[in-house]
Design a binder for this molecule. Structure first.
Ligand SMILES: Cc1cc2nc3c(=O)[nH]c(=O)nc-3n(C[C@H](O)[C@H](O)[C@H](O)COP(=O)(O)OP(=O)(O)OC[C@H]3O[C@@H](n4cnc5c(N)ncnc54)[C@H](O)[C@@H]3O)c2cc1C
Length: 401
């Protein structure tokens, strides 16, 4: 797969659409264009997708969005499921479980449940939460001597919530499978190891210069993720785009654990807008500030998901820079992983660590900007590009037919 020799130079025939990049945002634009009968050329500078789209949790966090993003997320959900079936990648209607260990956490969940349609956010007791975490919950931890409240599986819970509409995909295989499928569709060219260098116009068409020649199209979507500043420094500066660096780990499969839903915790409720919109979120932030200030210091969103092979993706922290600092502080990873071990009630065997980077802006959660006729820059600048990809792409591509 992805042998450069299997990626010949573009034919340089004009197409309806040129997509710069084979991350999930670019591929979702390509999928909608193909589904609507448009001819498409996709290029990516790398030899296979290796950006944010393969480094994340694979959690389509539909329920915890609000406003415009919530509408986009629900549209995205529909098309994630549709294209999973067409392209043959795994997307499951798993929902997500939020673990609550304090009354302040439960209060946020109750408030969100009250403002959503019945059943979308189901507030759970501790036992119901454990049941949602699957029949194969981790084995009970040995009780410490004299510890009357000896933890069983998922110790310390006071309750939780089930977020019905969330989806799960496998981040390590989804982009590759979607790219392979797109590459086999009529009217599609996919070229790896082909960088977009500059943009212009010629005879009513937009042009893209690449080291393999010039591409022409009626519409170009530039979906370069966090690298907008490399091509359009003024636009990136205006939108105040920074690189958000996240520390992640992969743990070996805990014995017996079969976990479809994504699992979120208190710090997730301090980051996703549907939770932070709730009046009770302020008290929760105060509680975390008093009891676990180190979690706020590292911008933690402690959550985890299980891959199809049983391994667990653990994360994450958030550090913001124009150029991401490559040096990862081990104490950050220890803080995250120790917290997850405590929630599961058992130690985890760490197999891999990595850094993920996504585009972040305090100006707006999305950047969609026509920078010249027929050239549109698209970047999700709020860390939920998996969640929004197919909905955002649907909205953008719909303008073309
Ligand atoms: C650790 C981590 C966890 C996350 N968890 C979640 C989650 O659970 N749910 C969620 O919704 N979102 C999550 N996100 C965010 C999500 O992963 C991103 O928003 C999304 O993947 C961005 O997709 P993209 O296609 O824009 O960027 P990328 O996947 O980074 O792809 C960009 C592509 O552009 C190519 N490229 C760049 N410049 C050029 C050029 N000049 N010419 C050609 N090609 C170029 C690169 O090679 C790359 O393939 C997470 C992100 C990280 C890092």
């Amino acid at each position: 797969m992805n042998n450069p020799s299997s990626s010949p130079s573009p034919t340089n025939q004009p197409t309806d659409v040129v997509i710069i990049c084979a991350g999930i945002v670019g591929l979702a634009h390509a999928a909608h264009a193909v589904a609507n009968g448009l001819t498409v050329t996709i290029i990516d500078r790398d030899h296979h997708a290796a950006g944010a789209s393969v480094r994340n949790f694979g959690h389509c966090c539909i329920t915890a969005q609000s406003g415009e993003l919530y509408q986009l997320a629900q549209t995205s959900r529909k098309y994630w499921l549709e294209f999973a079936e067409r392209a043959g990648f795994r997307a499951i209607e798993s929902g997500a479980v939020v673990l609550a260990r304090t009354e302040a956490e439960l209060a946020v969940l109750r408030e969100l449940s009250a403002v959503r349609e019945p059943g979308q956010v189901e507030v759970l007791t501790a036992e119901e939460t454990r049941a949602r975490l699957g029949a194969g919950a981790p084995p009970a931890k040995e009780a410490d001597d004299g510890d009357a409240a000896a933890p069983g599986a998922w110790p310390g819970l006071v309750g939780g919530a089930f977020l019905r509409d969330d989806l799960r995909v496998d981040p390590r295989t989804t982009a590759a499978r979607l790219a392979d499928w797109l590459g086999r569709q009529p009217g599609v060219e996919l070229h790896w190891n082909t960088s977009a260098l500059a943009f212009d116009q010629d005879g009513g068409l937009a042009t893209v210069s690449t080291p393999r020649g010039e591409l022409k199209a009626r519409q170009v979507f530039v979906c370069v993720g966090h690298d907008v500043d490399y091509l359009f420094p003024e636009l990136a500066a205006e939108h105040r785009i920074q690189r958000c660096a996240l520390q992640m780990s992969l743990a070996a499969k805990p014995t017996g654990l079969e976990l479809d839903p994504a699992v979120l915790t208190a710090t997730s409720m301090l980051r996703y807008p549907a939770f932070t919109d709730m009046p009770a979120a302020a008290a929760l932030r105060d509680e975390v500030r008093q009891t676990r200030p180190e979690l706020l210091d590292i911008g933690a969103n402690i959550m985890f998901t299980q891959r199809p092979d049983g391994t667990i993706i653990l994360g994450d922290s958030h550090h913001y820079h124009l150029t991401a600092d490559p040096f990862q502080d081990e104490s950050v990873t220890t803080t995250l992983n120790t917290d997850i071990e405590a929630r599961m009630g058992q130690p985890l065997e760490i197999l891999q660590r990595w850094q993920g980077i996504y585009a972040s802006s305090d100006v707006a959660p999305l950047l969609v900007r026509d920078i010249q006729p027929g050239v549109t820059v698209v970047s999700v600048t709020s860390g939920v590009g998996m969640t929004l990809s197919f909905g955002l792409a649907h909205r953008n591509v719909s303008r073309l037919y």
